[in-house]
Design a protein around this ligand. Structure first.
Ligand code: KDG
Ligand code: MG
Length: 402
């Protein structure tokens, strides 16, 4: 029987920080798992290096479920982003190894294809409505069938989701950037630019919008009602996601579909949202919700309640997560959509072999495992840099949800 011989924590910053776990077995097989928790990267690196790596050495790499239970129940302390990201990294690395040992891509181990490709949505944004419309046009020309639209509210530095360079990167500063937010101005402005996207592009393209946790339930209800005629694919994170009960009030007022879950890390965090049908799309991801093993458990629960999947896929999730997410997306029956922002060229110098993007869909690699390799030499050229996500403040100076 092969055993786990090494568990290395690799940190690199090709434009942004990524933490990766590489597990090597006594047979020489290697597996990769993403362990990136944006803005809190070193906490997960330490959890893996100091607490999990010693437990992995000598274990059977084939026992994925048992290892998951051992690390989760064995910690005694449950859930939370640091623990669940660390466990996810181990889990995904073990699936990668299992695929390589079997000579099969991971999606085949998960039951094979339920669909031909994975529908993705991209990110269009603009400092003004006109810029946003041009950006949507550029993505539509590239063949995207679904687009998230975000424009800057005039005069508000804290408008969420507006890109400065070629790729949106909010963790851009060595200490948190403090940005101004006004709910009133956002609520007055956002429905107007979303309406202009529909006016120009019609209903032939899926239109999504991320509120990014910034409204109260009744404000979110008003927002959802005000855009009902625009038939959004979803409004994302209308309120802070940890209060599951809040979604009932939004639901009672609007038929605009609701997506949430990118900051949630376990089945317990989405249990009420799913079983009481308070949302339409669950956005938990491989990397922050305990890996492929646990995410499938969440998605199976969701399937019972006609809740579909819509996993987070921002640039702060590494290409290892993209590959793992696509393996899950292509196989589960209740897939909805996958977020896809892509990565910088520097990131692809470190991570080779990403899923193929064609016709607005991602297609998994047919290579055994996840099909991603890590280039140590390239990674060494990009040392870790401390980076934080921004903090939002209301116009009176008080802290708001970013
Ligand atoms: O690290 C935080 C980002 O991943 C998050 O702000 C991106 O909300 C996000 C999204 O929907 O991609
Ligand atoms: Mg989001």
């Amino acid at each position: 029987m092969a055993t786990i011989e090494r568990a290395e924590v690799l940190i690199t910053s090709p434009g942004r920080n990524f933490v990766t776990l590489r597990i090597t077995t006594s047979d020489g097989a290697t597996g990769l798992g993403d362990a990136t928790l944006n803005g809190r990267e070193l906490a997960v690196a330490s959890y893996l290096r100091d607490h999990l790596a010693p437990l992995l050495i000598g274990r059977d790499p084939a026992r994925i479920e048992d290892t998951w239970q051992y690390l989760y129940k064995g910690a005694y302390w449950r859930r939370g982003p640091v623990t669940m990201t660390a466990i996810a990294a181990v889990d995904v690395a073990l699936w990668d190894i299992k695929g390589k040992v079997a000579g099969l891509p991971v999606y085949q181990l998960l039951g094979g294809r339920s669909r031909d490709g994975v529908l993705v949505y991209c990110h269009a944004s603009g400092a003004s409505t006109d810029e946003l419309l041009d950006d949507v046009a550029a993505y539509a020309e590239k063949g995207f069938k679904a687009v998230r639209a975000q424009a800057a509210v005039p005069g508000l530095s804290g408008s969420y989701g507006v890109r400065k360079g070629t790729i949106y990167e909010p963790a851009a500063t060595a200490l948190p950037d403090e940005q101004a937010w006004s709910t009133e101005e956002y609520l007055d402005f956002a429905p107007g630019y979303l309406g202009k996207v529909r006016e120009r592009f019609g209903f032939g393209i899926h239109l999504l919008h991320d509120v990014h946790h910034r409204l109260t339930p009744i404000e979110a209800a008003r927002f959802g009602k005000s855009v009902e005629d625009l038939r959004l694919f979803w409004m994302e994170d209308p309120t802070p996601a940890e209060n599951q009960e809040a979604f009932r009030l939004i639901r009672q007022h609007t038929t605009t579909p609701i997506a949430t879950g990118e900051v949630l890390t376990s089945i317990w965090d989405v249990q009420q949202l799913i079983t009481e049908q308070l949302i339409d799309y669950v956005r938990t991801t491989v990397v922050h919700a305990g890996g492929i093993t646990h995410l499938r458990r969440i998605f199976d629960l969701a399937a019972l309640y006609q809740v579909r999947t819509g996993s987070h896929g921002a640039t702060d999730l590494s290409p290892v997560t993209t590959a793992a997410a696509v393996a899950v997306d292509i196989s589960v029956p209740n897939f909805g959509i996958q977020e896809h922002m892509g990565h910088t060229p520097a990131t692809y110098e470190v991570f080779h072999g990403a899923p193929r993007l064609e016709g607005g869909m991602l297609h998994p690699s047919e290579a055994p495992g996840l099909g991603i390799t890590y280039d140590d030499e390239a990674a060494a050229r990009f040392p870790y840099e401390p980076r934080y996500l921004p903090v939002a403040r209301r116009l009176d100076g008080s802290v708001h949800d970013w």
